[in-house]
Design a protein around this ligand. Structure first.
Ligand SMILES: Nc1ncnc2c1ncn2[C@@H]1O[C@H](COP(=O)(O)OP(=O)(O)OP(=O)(O)O)[C@@H](O)[C@H]1O
Ligand SMILES: [Mg+2]
Length: 327
């Protein structure tokens, strides 16, 4: 399939986001491009602080005010630029067509209302259902689908009365009740134990195939990306360095950072005494971003040009990479 034939639901172009603090203004997401095809799951990976959550919040137009700001770029959703939309249109988009599961479920649930009321609000707010009995029935159905054994009991509970795993399931149920076209999931399973994680991933896959939604899945877990995602984009210090189909990325990563990341994944089938590879050095702070390619001082393949010029995008067979090796 050529690029022209692909149907993108979400296309981010040249997006830059900055934060202001007492030391000045810092670009935490700098000129990134990212695309998500309709009905596909895109994994967004990268070390802590690389800008994954900020990117998600920019798409939702939920960046913390007044410190954060979108400096430049476009976030096209179904052809419309979210950055340019008036606030009321953004609000309609959120929940109706785009839903997000946050990194910390407790902050997204209201502690003073029962779970049942909060789910009902989603149905009412998005004009999906207004009859209280039907809402109750659909809420129970949704909670069973996300694997809650006693939905009735859960609907009656306050958020602090249920476990972290259950809260996360409730959040996922709430995000899915509006049948969103795009689901953004920001590390939704890291706090859960492995079996619960596996169940939830299975569920997301099922629902994704059933209702054809697209998913952006933010995670540190490359194993999870390999199992769940169709494509993967890798972020490093506020930049996307590579985006490709999952199989391509895992079998033949192009960017030296991606190569390092993949080598640092422990392998079950590896030699018993092989040491886990880790990339030397640490992610630069946003207050001291190196010039040129942000990875150059940790890169084993760095060339003189890498320290002075930021690499542009190179597109090749359904993948994109930002690295001078391929320029
Ligand atoms: N509320 C905030 N105020 C100031 N700076 C922030 C804020 N949130 C994020 N940042 C800055 O943006 C950078 C990117 O943060 P972000 O939360 O997007 O990282 P992340 O990739 O989601 O990391 P993690 O994997 O730990 O969730 C941070 O390093 C930080 O410098
Ligand atoms: Mg994050």
């Amino acid at each position: 399939m050529t690029k022209q034939d692909r149907c993108y639901l979400l296309e981010i172009q040249h997006l830059a986001v900055s934060f202001e603090n007492e030391n000045g203004r810092f670009r935490v997401v700098d000129d990134i491009d990212l695309s998500l095809e309709s009905g596909k799951i895109l994994g967004l990976v990268g070390e802590s602080g690389s800008g994954k959550s900020v990117t998600a919040l920019a798409i939702m137009r939920l960046l913390p005010k007044p410190w954060a700001r979108i400096d430049t770029g476009a976030i096209r959703f179904d052809g419309e630029d979210i950055v340019q939309l008036p606030v009321d249109a953004v609000r309609r988009l959120r929940g109706d067509r785009i839903a997000m599961i946050f990194q910390e479920p407790m902050t997204a649930l209201n502690p003073v209302h029962r779970v049942g009321r909060q789910i009902a609000e989603v149905f009412v707010l998005h004009g999906i259902e207004s009859d209280p009995e039907r809402i109750r029935q659909r809420s129970r159905q949704m909670l069973s689908r996300v694997g809650i054994a006693d939905p009735e009991q859960c609907l009656m509970s306050y958020p602090h009365q249920i476990s972290g795993g259950m809260r996360q399931r409730v959040m996922i149920a709430m995000a899915l009740c509006g049948n969103p076209e795009l689901l953004i999931a920001d590390e939704p399973t890291t706090a859960l134990d492995v079996t619960v994680q596996a169940q939830l991933l299975e569920l997301i896959r099922e629902l994704q195939q059933e209702i054809g939604m697209s998913v952006m899945w933010i995670t540190h877990d490359l194993g999870l990306v390999a199992r769940l995602c169709d494509e993967v984009a890798v972020m490093y210090a506020g930049k996307i360095v590579e985006q490709a189909k999952v199989q391509m990325m895992f079998s033949n990563p192009l960017h030296p950072y991606t190569q390092g990341l993949l080598r640092s994944v422990p392998r079950l089938e590896g030699e018993p005494k092989s040491r886990m590879y880790s990339i030397e050095g640490t992610v630069p702070s946003f207050q001291a971003i190196p010039s040129g390619c942000r990875f150059h001082d940790r890169c084993p393949k760095a060339m003189p040009v890498c320290s002075s010029i930021s690499p542009g995008q190179t597109s090749m067979e359904e993948r994109k990479v930002w690295c001078h090796l391929y320029g």
